[in-house]
Design a protein around this ligand. Structure first.
Ligand SMILES: Cc1cc2nc3c(=O)[nH]c(=O)nc-3n(C[C@H](O)[C@H](O)[C@H](O)COP(=O)(O)OP(=O)(O)OC[C@H]3O[C@@H](n4cnc5c(N)ncnc54)[C@H](O)[C@@H]3O)c2cc1C
Length: 307
């Protein structure tokens, strides 16, 4: 009961526009013309929420890597927001990674999301490039030698699936931050308690940098389940029950409403626990992310003026 009253009070503050959190939006480079048109619309629709930054992911096998660069430029041009380029250790020597990073810096890209990367499709496990950066912590240190980048790294509230243990994974996160990363952005999760316990463990391990929760609006449940199995994120039963029977295209609007409701509840609860930054895995769609931001008090200037 007390908690409910407390939360209501916070929500009222939010609707008055007080203390809105910082938000960031992640996109992937589309592979089709239709996808490109949709992403441009999405970027335009989210730009006026004045995100702290937007990011563009980097493909595992090389196919979409040059697309990342193109879309970083395009998103920058369309939004005027700072845009981060994701970069991985996969399939490239240190020299090649350093050269790309130097080129990005010269081009005004100052923020990198530095990751190890996953094994390219068709390979069973991750093998470092013989002359490459083996892990993300090594990449962070290498990037810091290239230029004064702002660097974000990945973190795993449910523990990275290849980690030797939860403690080893936390040590790894600390190494990445100590090597010069400014913040960690987490893999998505649906259980708020999982994130809060992870944040507690991080603090206990001496981590005092920003840990931004990654939030995914549920799009297609089947692909979400498939992807979650690979990345070690739990899709709870209540969530699959909620979206059960809504796979068809005729249910798109219903799915979007439910996705917004789930993400709003999650973000509100995190916000009540002091979380003040959110990273949205937008899946290149604007509607649900925009609704969640609105609920959090993140408004376009015209919407704020009307409030
Ligand atoms: C916010 C975010 C964005 C992402 N964007 C992309 C993207 O654009 N492109 C892409 O391909 N993937 C992306 N990923 C996925 C990411 O590449 C995978 O999760 C990958 O498996 C791990 O990357 P990492 O940077 O966390 O790896 P690391 O931090 O290097 O850790 C990987 C694993 O190795 C272990 N480890 C680390 N160092 C050592 C060591 N010295 N010895 C032994 N074990 C060690 C860790 O505990 C962990 O289990 C993203 C993930 C997140 C959270």
């Amino acid at each position: 009961m007390g908690q409910t009253i407390g939360r209501q009070a916070t929500r009222n503050d939010r609707s008055a526009g007080a203390g809105a959190p910082r938000v960031s939006f992640e996109f992937f480079p589309p592979k089709t013309d239709d996808g490109a048109v949709r992403l441009e619309q999405t970027v335009r629709a989210l730009a006026d929420l004045a995100p702290a930054y937007m990011t563009v992911t980097y493909g595992a096998g090389g196919s979409t890597q040059s697309l990342t660069r193109q879309w970083v430029d395009r998103v920058r041009g369309l939004s005027g927001a700072p845009v981060a380029h994701h970069l991985t250790c996969v399939g490239a020597s240190r020299e090649e990674v350093d050269a790309l990073a130097a080129d990005l810096w010269a081009d005004g890209v100052q923020h990198i999301v530095a990751l190890r990367g996953d094994p390219p499709q068709g390979t069973d496990r991750y093998r470092p490039h013989p002359d490459g950066y083996p892990f993300a912590a090594d990449l962070v240190a290498g990037l810091r030698d290239v230029a004064d980048f702002e660097i974000s790294v990945g973190a795993y509230p449910e523990v990275h699936p290849e980690a030797a243990s939860a403690a080893a994974d936390m040590d790894n996160l600390k190494r990445k931050l100590d090597a010069g990363a400014a913040r960690a952005i987490t893999q998505y999760f649906f259980d708020v308690e999982t994130f809060l316990r992870f944040r507690d463990r991080a603090h206990a391990a001496g981590i005092d940098k920003e840990i931004t929760p990654g939030v995914i609006p549920v799009g297609n449940l089947k692909s979400l389940i498939r992807f979650s199995q690979a990345c070690g994120a739990t899709v709870p039963r209540w969530l699959t029950d909620m979206f059960d029977g809504l796979d068809g295209p005729e249910h798109e609007e219903t799915r979007a409403m439910l996705a917004a409701s789930v993400a709003i509840d999650q973000c509100m609860r995190l916000s009540d626990e002091g979380v003040d930054s959110f990273h949205f895995y937008t899946l290149n769609r604007a509607e649900v992310t925009r609704a969640v931001c609105h609920a959090l008090g993140v408004r376009a200037p015209a919407e704020s003026a009307a409030a």
